[in-house]
Design a binder for this molecule. Structure first.
Ligand SMILES: Cc1ncc(COP(=O)(O)O)c(C=O)c1O
Length: 411
């Protein structure tokens, strides 16, 4: 009998990078399953469950059998709530017809990148960077142009390289990505830099993908300027935000894109062909999140500030670490170059050694997504004070062992 023909499957999708955080979650889970006491600073989500009133609203929606398809850009009630929220917070004039609710902030990033890039076009991505922007661009056949952030040292931390951004512009540049507050560095870019990016966008006719998903995680100062505060946002801004971080709703998959109306209606056609609509009952949870009490959010951010402070204090005790206490999001991004040089390790090797010798999960800076992160590691402080205390002490022990304690290495 002749053999049945085999499927000659040649994927046309380019080989994309995955998200390293998910790889390390899998490794940590494997260690946990084998009985090790793993402490994870890897994952980018608050450690508390979604607040009660939001869960109740979604349960009520299920009980009321609100389980079918909804409008593709999301139910009007939710789009109105999003517009009202942004307008009252940022003084903007967003209309519900300019909001598309998406499966997570990532869905909004996907739509935003798809809206303006064609094969061969360029997108400027400050690096290190959340990996979804360059990867979705590559999926479309567009080209990410990386511009490293400026590392100003352990006091000032990171800033955008405005001249570098301007110098990278070519006739094919269509989008500049600005994620503020910033994952993974924890930077909060000053209002002056936000103004400068907007001026560049106006001068060159380029869109700004403003991902402000961490805009409620701001510590020390209220010095945050949203791209939604510009009167002419419609001409330049592709605005991404979502519920995952602010309301601890990562598993609900609920985010949104704000974009001018004619583009929104085109993108709605893309959305209906890819996901039809966001999850019905999750959207009711989203309404409750925006319209209900914000006290739990404020409480959470207060707790996160204590965690940030403790993590900074403990990390400063680790030999060879240069520690910059982040101002936004929930990540610390210490510079570990001196340790890497002394121990003769790459940052990936360092992270693996700490994982398998001390059972502490950190992420290599190169996961975001390449060279600019090679001197850094990322730690999420969305975890308990106790875990921060114990975990960073273990990390310190690991570093001391790698450096050869007592050798007087001077770090
Ligand atoms: C900068 C940034 N944008 C977007 C997202 C995506 O969020 P979501 O889980 O809602 O898709 C994340 C998640 O880590 C993020 O860090």
């Amino acid at each position: 009998m002749s053999k049945p023909p085999t499927l000659n499957f040649k994927p046309v999708v380019p080989t994309l990078l995955g998200e390293q955080a998910f790889v390390y979650i899998a490794k940590a889970n494997e260690l946990k399953r084998r009985g090790f006491d793993v402490i994870s600073f890897g994952v980018g989500q608050p450690d508390i469950p979604t607040f009660d009133h939001i869960r109740e609203a979604a349960k009520r929606a299920l009980d009321e059998k609100f389980t079918g398809y909804t409008e593709t850009p999301g139910i009007l009630e939710l789009r109105e709530a999003i517009a009202e929220y942004l307008n009252s917070r940022y003084g903007s004039d967003v209309k519900p017809s300019e909001v598309i609710v998406t499966p997570g902030g990532k869905g909004a990033v996907f739509l935003a990148i798809s809206s303006y890039l064609s094969p061969g076009d360029e997108v400027i991505v400050p690096e290190p960077s959340y990996p979804a922007y360059p990867e979705v661009a590559r999926f479309i056949g567009a080209v990410p142009k990386y511009v490293p952030l400026k590392w100003l040292g352990p006091r000032e931390g990171f800033a955008l390289d405005i001249e570098g951004i301007e110098e990278s512009i070519t006739p094919r540049t269509k989008i500049i990505v600005i994620n503020n507050p910033h994952n993974p560095s924890g930077a909060l870019f000053p209002p002056k830099q936000v103004d400068e990016v907007m001026s560049i966008a106006r001068e060159h006719g380029i869109a700004v993908l403003a991902d402000e998903i961490y805009d409620n995680f701001i510590y020390d100062s209220a010095d945050f300027k949203s791209f939604m505060t510009f009167e002419d946002w419609r001409d330049y801004v592709l605005y991404v935000n979502g519920f995952s971080k602010t309301f601890s709703m990562t598993g609900w998959r609920l985010g949104y894109l704000v974009i001018r109306e004619d583009v929104a209606s085109r993108l709605t056609k893309l959305a209906v062909n890819v996901w039809s609509c966001p999850t019905s009952f999750a959207q009711k949870g989203g309404v409750a999140a925006l319209k209900g009490s914000w006290e739990p959010v404020k409480e959470m951010v207060k707790v996160f500030k204590q965690r940030r402070d403790l993590m900074a204090e403990r990390l400063r005790e680790v030999p060879g670490f240069e520690v910059w206490p982040s101002r936004g999001a929930f990540y610390m991004f210490p510079r570990v170059r001196r340790v890497l040089d002394e121990a003769g390790l790459s940052v990936e090797e360092f992270v693996e050694k700490i994982l398998y010798s001390k059972y502490v999960v950190t992420l290599p800076g190169t996961a975001f997504p390449k060279e600019a992160g090679r001197d850094f590691i990322r730690l999420s402080f969305a975890t308990s004070l106790k875990d921060i205390d114990v975990g960073i002490r273990r990390l310190k022990e690991g570093v001391e062992e790698l450096l050869g304690r007592g050798r007087g290495n001077g770090l």
